[in-house]
Design a protein around this ligand. Structure first.
Ligand code: SF4
Ligand code: SF4
Length: 426
């Protein structure tokens, strides 16, 4: 078999091992092959032309993709890129263990059919939206016997999320003097289950002097696809978003989902081999900013105490490790009147959500979550803030039982500017 095209960053690992303790699977299993260094070695073998066997595939899919190893690595190994390449080759030429037989059916259905289609994705979200309005049905379903993965999916599907009023305007004018024209990336899961966060972000941007456009034609960023080794639709989704946002003619593309933002900032590299898109993808990536990064940069005036009092912040892996943004959300929280900000121990360790990992590897996901919940209990807070829908869905069911709320940082910024404005029309 000929060697595949070499991925970005191949050959940069010096095998120093400084990443090992940052890795949740290595800390738990103590296996070299389930450490960052071990996985880099697997990817290097694949890049050299070795066909991935079931064991190699298992080690690559057991990775949470949290990229904590990138932060720990002194040599700048781009682990996320190497992992995406390795999984892509597993799907292209590799084999899977018999017990993972269902993965390819799931992968084909979710990443090749549902996520690329707004209509199919909307239909898939209907049960989750229905369960939010029918707590008795959700309780009944929870009492039925089911696998741990299905139980996790049900818990996520039935928790209350800020769905909003479903009326995100295509254009919203700045309040007061106009400082900028920005475009909002609305996303797929954010749009379906966290529309209230998108609406809060529009209110905050307007109050901070921004005209806000929500371009039609935009859709899912494709991050979950590339994490699952799927590239064809991921590229199509990236091209579609680039075209949609070019029409918006905005100076920044603001995104309130850390996982989406990290991937959108990589569009330049994703499409560098396509002459028709390379420059446009680089321009798109250069304009993409996380909502907290942008609000901290332009400055927001917060005069009112939000509904949270003692608050901590869980770093999203793709914000802290993927985008290297740590201070902006903390600065916003610390500036809120009436809020006591408490730093969470090991805040930048993964919560176990990791895209679809909590469904495909529920036992490890639960162990990582349990560690996080213990640290949240230590912090003694009433509210945990997040910047990513996966973290929100992972933490909220368990924290609801403990009387702790999970909120997006932007929701609290909105309250601190507008007070009780959640749910109001534009
Ligand atoms: S991405 Fe996370 S789980 Fe995967 S090897 Fe790196 S630290 Fe470990
Ligand atoms: S990934 Fe980085 S930290 Fe880990 S062994 Fe390689 S060079 Fe060292």
């Amino acid at each position: 078999m000929s060697a595949p095209a070499q991925p970005h960053g191949i050959g940069t690992c010096t095998r120093c091992g400084l990443c090992q303790q940052a890795c949740p699977t290595y800390r738990d299993w103590r296996l070299e092959a389930d450490s960052p260094r071990g996985r880099v070695e697997i990817v290097e073998r694949i890049a050299a032309g070795e066909r991935p066997d079931a064991a190699m595939a298992e080690h690559l899919y057991a990775c949470l993709g949290c990229r904590a190893c990138e932060t720990a690595c002194p040599s700048g190994v781009p682990f996320g890129d190497l992992l995406e390449f390795g999984r892509r080759e597993v799907e292209r030429t590799g084999t899977l263990a018999p017990e993972r037989g269902g993965w390819r059916t799931f992968r084909s259905f979710v990443f090749e059919r549902v996520l690329p289609s707004r209509a199919l994705f909307g239909a898939m979200m209907m049960p989750a939206k229905t369960l939010r309005h029918m707590p008795t049905l959700a309780r009944l379903l929870r009492s039925l016997p089911m696998s741990s993965g299905a139980r996790r999916a049900l818990a996520m599907a039935s928790i209350e999320t800020p769905m909003g009023n479903g009326r995100l305007p295509a254009h919203s004018k700045a309040i007061g003097e106009r400082r900028a024209r920005v475009a909002l990336f609305t996303g797929c899961v954010m749009d379906a289950l966290f529309g209230g966060v998108n609406e809060a972000l529009v209110r905050v941007l307007r109050s901070s002097g921004c005209d806000v456009v929500a371009p039609s034609g935009q859709w899912c960023c494709g991050a979950l696809n590339v994490h699952a080794g799927e590239q064809r639709r991921a590229l199509a989704m990236a091209r579609r978003n680039i075209e949609a946002f070019e029409r918006a003619d905005a100076e920044a593309i603001v995104v309130d989902s850390a996982g989406c933002g990290a991937h959108m900032k990589s569009y330049g590299r994703l499409l560098e081999g396509e002459p028709a898109f390379a420059d446009r993808a680089a321009a798109f990536a250069g304009k993409t900013v996380d909502a907290t990064e942008y609000l901290d940069r332009i400055g927001v005036t917060m005069n009112r105490p939000p509904s949270a009092r003692r608050v901590t912040y869980q770093d999203a892996c793709h914000l802290a490790h993927g985008q290297k943004i740590r201070q902006a959300p903390r600065a916003l929280l610390r500036a809120m009147p009436g809020v006591e900000f408490v730093e969470l121990r090991d805040a930048d360790r993964c919560c176990g959500a990791a895209g679809v990992y909590s469904l495909t590897h529920p036992a490890m996901s639960q162990r990582v979550l349990d560690e996080k919940l213990a640290k949240i209990a230590e912090a003694g807070v009433d509210t945990v803030t997040v910047t990513n829908p996966g973290c929100h869905l992972q933490l909220a069911p368990a924290l609801a039982q403990r009387g702790v709320r999970v909120r997006h940082v932007v929701e609290l910024v909105d309250e601190a500017i507008h007070h009780s404005s959640r749910g109001t029309a534009f």
